[in-house]
Design a protein around this ligand. Structure first.
Ligand SMILES: NC(=O)c1ccc[n+]([C@@H]2O[C@H](COP(=O)([O-])OP(=O)(O)OC[C@H]3O[C@@H](n4cnc5c(N)ncnc54)[C@H](O)[C@@H]3O)[C@@H](O)[C@H]2O)c1
Length: 270
């Protein structure tokens, strides 16, 4: 039980990759805060974790709203009295041709994908710093405290119709590095995970379409989409003792996509 007694806040945790992270950290002994806008699946997940003998708390939060973030932290401290790990997982995607893309949509994506990570990290890190001081100061020889940002391969790759999303994820990678440097003296590590296509409900629906599935597979050397559990296991690694000497990094989990400079020949692979 790597996370026995640790408190982990996960934003955008009611479904998809966030939900898999909740289950993973809870299974490994953590008290998990499920921070999400969507109450019904959030509460359902809380019940699921509790009936399996774990500890979880659903908190309704807009992760890009300062007051909500403040309340999320207060609810966490009320319930568990500390916080050890923050996973900034919340994210939305809006596609649209660059020439037509609305300013309001650009703002919305940047707000949810990038500003939320700034707000949540700053609020939680301020508390972590106080906690660290009260525990006798920074320990640089152990996993300590961790912040993990959910980035994307879109931080590197781009297309004409995902301008806001790609920009937000590239910003998130740079926020990861800047926060890693700012928080290193306190013993707080900050890293990111950049998934390729992951089989969340939305992706499962989209890949029912043969053309979409082919488009994904021809750019994925491993020949399949990833699972939310495969991303959750990287989050658990980054939060654990095994990653104690890692900070400021982004780990890409994308089936080999970024190494590819041609498309996969489907018939050769089959
Ligand atoms: N699924 C993929 O293929 C994929 C690939 C690369 C990166 N990612 C990234 O991984 C993260 C999770 O993706 P997913 O596919 O699991 O997402 P998802 O859409 O399945 O779930 C996102 C969750 O975030 C919640 N949410 C949305 N806005 C919120 C807000 N302002 N405050 C609080 N909660 C909010 C939603 O209610 C939902 O529960 C995102 O940052 C996404 O960009 C996903």
């Amino acid at each position: 039980m790597r996370f026995e007694g640790k408190v982990v806040i996960i934003t955008g945790a009611a479904q998809g990759i966030g939900r898999a992270c909740v289950r993973r950290f809870a299974r490994e002994g953590a008290f998990v805060v499920i921070a999400d806008l969507d109450e019904a699946p959030g509460k359902e997940l809380e019940e699921e974790i509790k009936s399996a003998g774990g500890a979880a708390l659903y908190v309704h939060v807009d992760a890009a709203e300062r007051l909500d973030v403040h309340n999320m932290l207060a609810a966490t401290l009320d319930a568990y009295e500390r916080v050890d790990v923050l996973v900034n997982n919340v994210g939305i995607d809006m596609v649209g041709d660059f020439l037509e893309f609305e300013e309001a949509d650009f703002d919305r994506v940047l707000r949810v994908n990038l500003k939320s990570a700034f707000l949540c990290s700053q609020a939680v890190a301020r508390h972590m710093v106080d906690q660290i001081e009260s525990e006798g100061g920074a320990r640089h020889d152990e996993a300590g405290y961790a912040i993990i940002n959910m980035s994307s391969v879109s931080a590197i790759t781009a297309s004409g119709n995902n301008v806001a999303y790609a920009t937000s994820k590239a910003g998130l990678n740079q926020l990861t590095r800047a926060m890693a440097i700012a928080l290193a003296p306190h013993g707080i590590r900050v890293n990111a995970i950049a998934p390729g296509k992951i089989s969340t409900d939305a992706v499962k629906k989209a890949t029912v379409d043969l053309e979409t599935r082919e488009a994904i597979l021809t750019r994925t050397p491993l020949g399949r989409v990833g699972s939310p559990d495969e991303i959750a296991s990287i989050a658990a690694f980054l939060a654990s003792e095994d990653a104690a000497y890692m900070t400021g990094q982004c780990l890409y989990a994308e089936g080999g996509r970024l190494a590819l400079n041609y498309t996969m020949n489907k018939s050769a692979k089959d």
